[in-house]
Design a protein around this ligand. Sequence first.
Ligand SMILES: *[C@@H]1O[C@H](CO)[C@@H](O)[C@H](O)[C@H]1NC(C)=O
Ligand SMILES: *[C@@H]1O[C@H](CO)[C@@H](O)[C@H](O)[C@H]1NC(C)=O
Ligand SMILES: *[C@@H]1O[C@H](CO)[C@@H](O)[C@H](O)[C@H]1NC(C)=O
Length: 264
Amino acid sequence: MYVSPYWKRCNLVILPNIFVFVGTIWMQEILPLVLSGGDLTRVQTVVNWDRAPWLEETRLAKVVDKLPSPRALVTHFPYSFMPPSFRTSKAKVVYVMRNPKDILVSSYYFHQMAAFLEDPGTFEEFMEKFLDGRIVFGKWTDHVKSWRNAELGDRILFITYEEMVQDLPASIRRISDFLHKNLSEEVIQKIAKHCSFQSMKANTMSNFSLCPKEYMDNDKSHFLRKGIAGDWKNHFNSDHLARFKSVITKELEGENFSLPWSLD
Ligand SMILES: *[C@@H]1O[C@H](CO)[C@@H](O)[C@H](O)[C@H]1NC(C)=O
Ligand SMILES: *[C@@H]1O[C@H](CO)[C@@H](O)[C@H](O)[C@H]1NC(C)=O
Ligand SMILES: *[C@@H]1O[C@H](CO)[C@@H](O)[C@H](O)[C@H]1NC(C)=O
């Protein structure tokens, strides 16, 4: 698997009682709020990358000990990259799955604005790299397979980006139940309101406006771009669709899980 030098693997020991999130920027907002029972202080005063830091970033070492317990971390690692101490820990995982066609589109724009990633080339070129796993964190199918087959039992919750877009309060309820937080309906609604795309885009601590331009250039493409499901329809033609479907279907042949979306 290709890993860009930026995402240097850090030598880290996972302690019990850490929540790891395989997923999106959205979780860096939702999780701290669920864990704090809806207290907005941290999400309004601490930037998201320090509030729920990335496991794969060297910065983690500087901030991890200062996080309130239980800690929330995020990662894009496949399961095989998790340190051995993770396997025997009690850390819980919320794995956010998203329609791979939308991941491709989102990743294409991210490669345009992130200075530490290769230029994506044309959409066609990028699709081939994506399907071959010649991008950071490798093949999407390998990633999903690794976590689906990880056998973490009740330590892992699978949730889709699409269900979060469709009904955010219900999704927050699923997450809070999974973490054994007994949040009132009022708190769930408050968190959902704060985690809407519009609120996050207007939160300086979450919209990456504090991220230096040399890493991400919001002038090229906004990091928080649309926050919708199904944007692939604006980018795929029928050839792209046929190619994408045939590769992904073949890669998942024989797997004992099915995808919650149609690839058509
Ligand atoms: C959960 O919270 C509600 C009030 O929001 C309370 O009535 C209920 O007893 C609590 N349940 C548990 C198991 O703590
Ligand atoms: C981030 O939020 C601040 C404060 O609301 C706003 O001024 C700025 O334009 C936002 N930046 C982006 C890139 O959305
Ligand atoms: C699915 O298959 C994997 C091996 O590919 C296996 O480890 C796992 O136990 C299976 N899961 C279920 C729910 O059958």
